[in-house]
Design a protein around this ligand. Sequence first.
Ligand SMILES: Cc1cc2nc3c(=O)[nH]c(=O)nc-3n(C[C@H](O)[C@H](O)[C@H](O)COP(=O)(O)O)c2cc1C
Length: 363
Amino acid sequence: MNKQAIFETYNLNGLQLSNRLVMAPMTRSRSTNPETTATELTALYYKQRATAGLIITEGTFVSQDAVGVMNVPAIYTKQHIEGWKLTTEAVHQAGGKIVAQLWHTGSYSHPDLLEGKLPLSASAINPNLQVFTTEGFKGSVTPKAMALEDIKKRIADFKQGAVNAFEVGFDGVELHGANGYLLQQFFSKNSNNRTDEYGGSVENRARILFDILDELKQVVDIAKVSVRFNPSLHGIMGILVDDETIAVYDYIVNRLNEYGLAYIHLVEPFTDVSNNPNAIQEVAKHFRKIYKGTIIINRGFNKETATKVLNDGDADLVSFGTPFLANPDLVERFKTDTPLNQPDQATFYTAGEKGYTDYPTIG
Ligand SMILES: Cc1cc2nc3c(=O)[nH]c(=O)nc-3n(C[C@H](O)[C@H](O)[C@H](O)COP(=O)(O)O)c2cc1C
């Protein structure tokens, strides 16, 4: 057992990471300004965490109709680009590396957040979720099933989002293919009943992802692009595991071998799926057999389990969400076996510095 495995450097397609500990993407809803730009406060938050081997930003919206959560810094206007530059400059100055997570929420939105328009999705299926709006939580609505033209436009939005991210100075982009948002709404049977080339077969339900990647590689370095998946998501966030879930993800991940991406970012099951024969129980182990490139694994890891997953060879990097949220100096704390601050859930999505930039460090 190599006890130092999490502290070893890693060459991520040419990007030199100082350790194997990654900060997972986390929405923090601090952009309370009218344009929803990232600010000096956003920059400070990420800079405080720059000793992570790699930071993945909170999901950032690639267009106005991608919005499904309030006060999230977006990446589709000039001001958004300028706002995010504060963050990339601060993180780079502190010696860190940072990629942007590109996000479209699809049906996980509400007309109140979309200037009265219906959310978009693969099909007109209400995910039956509670969406936080300016007037508090409201039930989700039946989204508009995207026409082929709508799909083309959103593919172009992801492409532009990636271009914008590289203009900002990010070290890469991660497409948000997880947690029940637009891309996963295409992948899953329960949210996609299309009968055209984006629905029905495994290949068709996966098509939008490859369309995006094929567009992206025309304009950005595909070796700096990555995707996040949550293949065993079940019963929450509008997604159900089905009898072709494993086939869909096996197909996707196998095909991604041809793309030379920076990494795939996988999430272990969010809920107990141990009695579900259609669910992958051990996500990293399962996909390690299929994927030849870098795997980041996430969910519920601590120092010991992260060390083990690297030693077992099931992943190359481990991402931490809430531990990084509450411990800007997580790497130092792991090195010195210092107890961790506990995350304060009440301030996960509230405005201002409290629960954001005021978690104490050891020093
Ligand atoms: C406050 C909060 C916001 C999150 N926002 C995102 C997000 O924007 N994109 C995403 O892919 N996952 C998001 N997640 C999920 C985390 O990336 C991660 O999967 C989850 O926290 C489990 O990892 P952990 O056990 O290390 O905390 C969020 C989680 C939390 C706690």
